[in-house]
Design a protein around this ligand. Structure first.
Ligand SMILES: [Zn+2]
Length: 322
């Protein structure tokens, strides 16, 4: 049976443990800790990380992991271990912000450094205290700014285990997403670990559909790896996209969408309108491809070049095979 050690504390098979990883202090002197809940079966199996709140305002992921903790699934593992971390970026969470207080993005600060910026310290804690212990991870996010994402799983092309996890999760949408430099996923890959990202909903808003898709997906993944006995059936078709493209505004003005995330769209179909407030001009926003809307912008005031729709595209003959 392999050992599991976090922050120099060994957690024995069959043991559950709550740990707090020390990060730093607020200017007030208040200590900041990252909460970590560890659940271990007595039987060998995969070690799975469930992480939320890497971006502090992306509350759906935090709620999904809170629901996982409330479900007591961690206490019923048939094999393996789960490490559940509801809030990675506590600083962002208490400031209702994506970033840490100096404006840096934790998810662009990996692998991090103990002597670096605050975001770099948070990243370093995950890289050195958590990543070495896991086999794979599910990292829960939402759309940034005022953009919302339809529930979806993203994994890197050529990531075999990531593809298996994505398929088992069975979100409504699954897509290839290349690794971003200095991201958590990139550092995980460098350490030979697989981290896939769940995206759903938007910042600072709990979306019940996203939360239930996230919870159902966690249960299907744990069942797939023999860690639990029961999981909800996938009730929908699982669409797989090999690439995605952003549709940006041709003009500035008031934006109204007529099609929302989750919908299938055809080339040149009208998805929304942009107009000058005095109606001097009004233009149609048309789909550049056949595909599905995987995310859209809810903000009505837009500049030319702003991202309005994220379209997932299926390539002929490409399937999600693990
Ligand atoms: Zn995010």
């Amino acid at each position: 049976m392999r050992s599991l050690t976090i922050d120099e504390q060994e957690i024995a098979p069959g043991e559950n443990r709550f740990l707090e990883l020390s990060v730093s202090r607020l200017p007030s002197g208040t200590p900041i800790h990252m909460p970590v809940h560890v659940f271990r079966s007595k039987v060998d199996g995969p070690t799975v990380l469930l992480s939320g709140g890497m971006h502090g305002d992306e509350v759906n992921g935090i709620e999904i992991i809170r629901k996982f903790l409330d479900s007591k699934i961690g206490h019923q593992l048939q094999c393996g271990s789960v490490i559940a971390m509801p809030i990675i970026n506590v600083y962002g969470f208490i400031n209702f912000s994506r970033d840490v207080p100096d404006g840096k993005d934790v998810n662009r600060s990996f692998p991090g450094s103990p002597e670096g910026s605050l975001a770099s310290m948070v990243a370093h804690t995950l890289t050195h205290k958590i990543l070495p212990e896991i086999d794979f991870g599910l990292d829960f996010h939402t759309g940034g700014a005022s953009r919302t994402n339809f529930p979806q799983i993203r994994f890197a092309p050529n990531d075999q285990l990531g593809a298996e996890v994505a398929k088992a999760f069975a979100a409504p949408f699954t897509l290839h997403s290349p690794l971003i430099a200095k991201s958590f996923r990139e550092t995980a890959k460098d350490l030979g670990k697989s981290v896939v990202v769940f995206e759903g909903g938007e910042t600072l808003r709990i979306d019940p559909k996203t939360v239930s898709e996230g919870m159902d997906g966690i249960r299907r993944v744990l069942k797939h790896f023999g860690m639990i006995n029961k999981a909800p059936q996938q009730m929908h078709k699982q669409h797989f996209f090999t690439r995605s493209t952003w549709l940006r505004a041709d003009v500035s003005g008031l934006f109204r969408h007529r099609k929302a995330s989750g919908k299938e769209v055809k080339l040149d179909q009208t998805l929304g309108y942009i107009s000058a407030p005095d109606n001097q001009y009004s233009v149609k926003v048309k789909s550049p491809e056949n595909g599905y809307i995987i995310g859209h912008n809810n903000f009505p005031l837009n500049h030319k070049g702003d991202a309005l729709f994220h379209i997932g595209v299926k390539e002929q003959g490409e399937h999600l095979n693990s």
